[in-house]
Design a protein around this ligand. Structure first.
Ligand code: AMP
Length: 542
């Protein structure tokens, strides 16, 4: 029997029309690359998104066309999120920190028709333009007075504010199949070419509902949200959509992501929640501790993209009264998969037990199903001990990569994540490693994340990374790379002794090497492949 309910496609534009009608007064604050702070309301934002939709049509952008952005977190980028997807084109966000070869590859692979860019990124745009085989339209995301004059870009650079200013603000958001593509984000794979993940309107709206839930990112109209996670990193984890769905105030940091700039913004705008990778919070905490500051408004922060060290969770919660929401996800998952919100019976645990639960990557949000499997694909038990490859499925999980090989990533309806994990009886998943980072020592697997977690608990360790080093007898053994806190006098032997009683004896690192800095990738994650390359000839013999 067919149901008798309205048929309304789940479209990204519906989030915008909701925000305008029901939260028109809510504010969006942006630090601009021009150097000032910009403020306006959701109703202004919606109007300008409609004007930009008209401008895109004038530029000849058709349904399904890809429109690239090379930009930081700001209100104009947010307008493009809605103007591009809402009018039926596909928003392709690009990470300016990627290598030029990768950017050119992505733009050509996606066949972007237009590239919108923040003016401070002009040198990258010029380098891209010199390499592109086919011409595309360049739009500087600024006003006429700030449009950069570029000799390299002889094809005139259009001005964002001119496009808006000359466009009508009447625009009917088209209604179309919710399975149409809305945005495109490439995984910055460490081997081979980047692969495109093509989200749909339906997957995006469903992901938004789930992300906002109390036991997920827990967002409401009472929040002032600061997405530190860039809008080119999996759609800023969905926060630009969540804010419209629930009417939360938004604060965008522009390119200023250092600890001091973030702290000032958090305090000045009374931010209540934020989201970012652990390295961002490392910088923020270093500044706050150094200057003996405290947070007067921030109540919680989402940390994901890489394992959050338990020491960081403890410090944020116990010293700064900021609750940590530890989340796991992937570009291929839109990105949200699991969130570490406690269950009621876990609240009575001892602080140490609770911290151990929070250091795990959390439980599945509705919409994502998961399992762990062995090498033969057999499902493994949820005993909190057995590890296996993590497989996921759900309406916002990738089926095929964009223009991918015939066989997509899909295995019998499940997506193999490439992460090794265990799941406990409460359904809390814990990533023990990326499959390629696991340390294979004499037939046993050692979790590099576990070693890093223990190292992070040492009071004189600023950051740590653990990789496999070649060993004459055991094939691979853990090598710990450490950046010490300023003024630390800790020795390698002291750090190694710190592991006694905290990990099994055979998991203890064999050696410690001190470094000035640990190399980070384009999304702020430790570049383990680079470290492995650097220490390729480091042979452990003892
Ligand atoms: P990306 O698609 O670039 O965001 O990378 C996704 C990968 O980041 C996952 O497959 C994990 O290996 C890793 N990752 C994301 N969140 C976490 C987390 N909370 N803990 C450990 N690893 C994570």
């Amino acid at each position: 029997m067919k149901a008798l309910m309205m048929q309304q496609p789940l479209l990204v534009s519906s989030l915008l029309t909701h925000a305008e009608r029901h939260h028109g007064e809510q504010e969006i604050v942006s630090k601009r690359v021009e150097g000032d702070v910009h403020r306006y309301r959701f109703r202004d934002f919606a109007q300008r998104a409609r004007q930009m939709a008209n401008a895109l049509a004038e530029l000849g952008v058709l349904r399904g066309d890809r429109v690239g952005t090379l930009a930081w977190n700001g209100y104009r980028h947010m307008e493009l999120y809605y103007a591009v997807s809402g009018s039926g084109a596909v928003l392709h966000t690009l990470n300016p920190r990627l290598h030029l070869d990768q950017l050119v590859y992505m733009i050509e692979h996606a066949e972007d028709r237009v590239l919108f860019f923040d003016i401070d990124l002009l040198p990258i745009v010029e380098a891209i333009a010199a390499r592109l085989a086919s011409p595309i339209i360049f739009v500087a995301m600024t006003d006429r007075a700030h449009v950069p004059t570029s000799i390299a870009l002889t094809a005139a650079v259009l001005c964002y504010e001119d496009l808006i200013g000359t466009s009508d603000d009447h625009f009917e958001w088209p209604q179309f199949d919710e399975n149409a593509a809305s945005s495109l984000c490439y995984t910055s794979g460490t081997t081979g070419n980047p692969k495109g993940v093509l989200y749909s309107h339906r997957s995006t709206v469903l992901h938004t509902f789930a992300a906002a839930l109390p036991d997920a990112l827990n967002c409401s109209a009472w929040d002032t949200i600061l997405p530190v996670v860039p809008m080119f990193h999996v759609n800023a984890w969905g926060l630009p959509y969540v804010a419209c769905m629930i009417g939360a105030r938004l604060v965008f940091p522009g390119p200023w992501l250092k600890g001091d700039a973030l702290y000032e913004l958090i305090e000045a705008e009374r931010v209540t929640m934020s989201a970012g990778v652990p390295t961002v919070w490392q910088g923020l905490l270093a500044h706050v501790n150094d200057q003996q500051l405290s947070f007067s408004s921030m109540r919680r922060t989402v940390i994901g993209g890489a394992a959050c060290p338990p020491a960081m969770i403890a410090e944020l919660q116990e010293v700064h009264c900021v609750d940590v929401i530890h989340a796991w996800g992937m570009t291929e998952l839109s990105p949200l998969g699991t969130v570490g919100s406690l269950k009621p019976h876990q609240v009575s645990m001892s602080p140490e037990e609770r911290l151990a639960v929070q250091a795990r990557q959390g439980r599945a949000v509705f919409g994502v199903d998961m399992k762990i499997v062995d090498a033969d694909g057999e499902e493994m038990p949820w005993d909190g001990i057995t590890t296996g490859e993590l497989m996921v499925r759900g309406p916002w999980v990738i089926d095929m990569y964009f223009r991918g090989a015939e066989a997509g990533p899909n295995r019998d309806g499940w997506f193999p994540t490439g992460d090794i994990a265990r799941i406990d009886a409460d359904g809390f998943m814990q990533i023990t490693d990326r499959a390629k980072d696991v340390i294979k020592s004499g037939g046993e697997w050692i979790s590099s994340i576990e070693i890093e977690h223990v190292a992070s608990l040492h009071p004189e360790v600023a950051s740590a990374a653990c990789i496999a080093a070649r060993h004459h007898k055991w094939d691979e053994r853990p090598l710990l790379l450490v950046v010490k806190k300023p003024g630390s006098t800790a020795t390698a032997d002291e750090l190694l002794a710190f592991f006694d009683g905290k990990v099994a004896r055979w998991c203890k690192p064999d050696a410690v090497v001190f470094m000035d800095a640990i190399p980070l990738g384009a999304t702020g994650k430790v570049l383990k492949n680079k470290l492995r390359e650097q220490f390729r000839d480091y042979l452990l013999t003892a």
